[in-house]
Design a binder for this molecule. Structure first.
Ligand code: BTN
Length: 249
């Protein structure tokens, strides 16, 4: 069964981080509705994964956090990353961007450059995901990136056009709803298949480093339901959790 809800977008000119504000609001009011979206033009402490900073110049890019109540168990929470990635890839394809891939776990790459990042914070209740805060940064119009983030790119740098963040947010929410409905209809194998098919460097012999900084070669094959990356190495298939492996770009 699909639960119906409407998107409710609240825009702030500037704030610390849309994810942090969403987290604070959800902590204060547990009855907050699914579909609540916080969008901003500027973050003073934009957060990336593993404590990184997310760089975005004022009013240049899409910065938002979306509240979902996915009714899934903790061991299946990676599927949220999957549907968010698929929504962003689909959006970029609609804007005629080819070669869009998902760099596991949830970076969106165009060829070897990162165009979007996703920061998902799940709030659990027992073994269930009660709330999922889906933070998305999609680079639209920024030409120069000052931080040492690896390989950033924007839509403007790719196609030399400017994009309206408010409009792109509406398109993104449409796409996300499409894939969220697939999740609610339990079309998990379809989601898994699409995600696997779009994995960056899948089936290409590539170089990685493990948690001890030892480098090795392998071929990405798939991602397990719990979100571990499966790599075919000279010693057979090995599984890695996030933080246990780095790509050598
Ligand atoms: C990453 O690739 O490291 C994840 C980046 C996520 C950035 C977005 S921007 C909107 C939302 N609010 C944040 O503070 N971070 C996410």
């Amino acid at each position: 069964m699909i639960r119906r809800f409407t998107w409710d977008i609240v825009y702030h000119e500037s704030l610390d981080s849309t994810n942090s504000l969403m987290y604070d609001e959800v902590s204060k009011d547990k009855s907050i509705s699914e579909g609540y979206v916080i969008q901003t033009g500027y973050q003073t402490s934009g957060r990336g994964q593993i404590g990184n900073v997310w760089e975005s110049k004022a009013d240049q890019n899409l910065l938002c956090s979306i509240l979902l109540k996915p009714e899934i168990t903790v061991d299946h929470q990676f599927v949220i990353s999957k549907i968010v990635c698929l929504a962003i890839v689909d959006l970029l394809n609609d804007y005629d961007i080819d070669d869009v891939r998902i760099k596991w776990p949830n970076d969106i790459y165009v060829r070897d450059k990162k165009i979007a990042g996703i920061l998902i914070q799940n709030i659990l209740q027992g073994k269930k995901v009660k709330f999922s805060i889906v933070g998305i940064g999609l680079n639209l119009n920024q030409d120069i990136f000052d931080s040492n983030a690896p390989n950033p790119i924007s839509l403007k740098l790719l196609v030399n056009k400017k994009y309206n963040p408010d409009h792109l947010l509406l398109v993104l929410l449409d796409k996300l709803l499409e894939f969220y409905n697939k999740l609610q209809l339990k079309k998990i194998s379809e989601i898994d298949h699409l995600y696997k098919f779009l994995l960056y460097r899948r089936n290409q012999r590539s170089s990685f480093t493990d948690i001890n900084d030892i480098s090795f070669y392998g071929m990405i094959k798939d991602v397990s339901p719990s979100g571990q990356l499966q790599i075919l190495t000279d010693d057979g298939v090995k599984k890695f959790a996030f933080r246990e492996i780095k790509y050598v770009l």
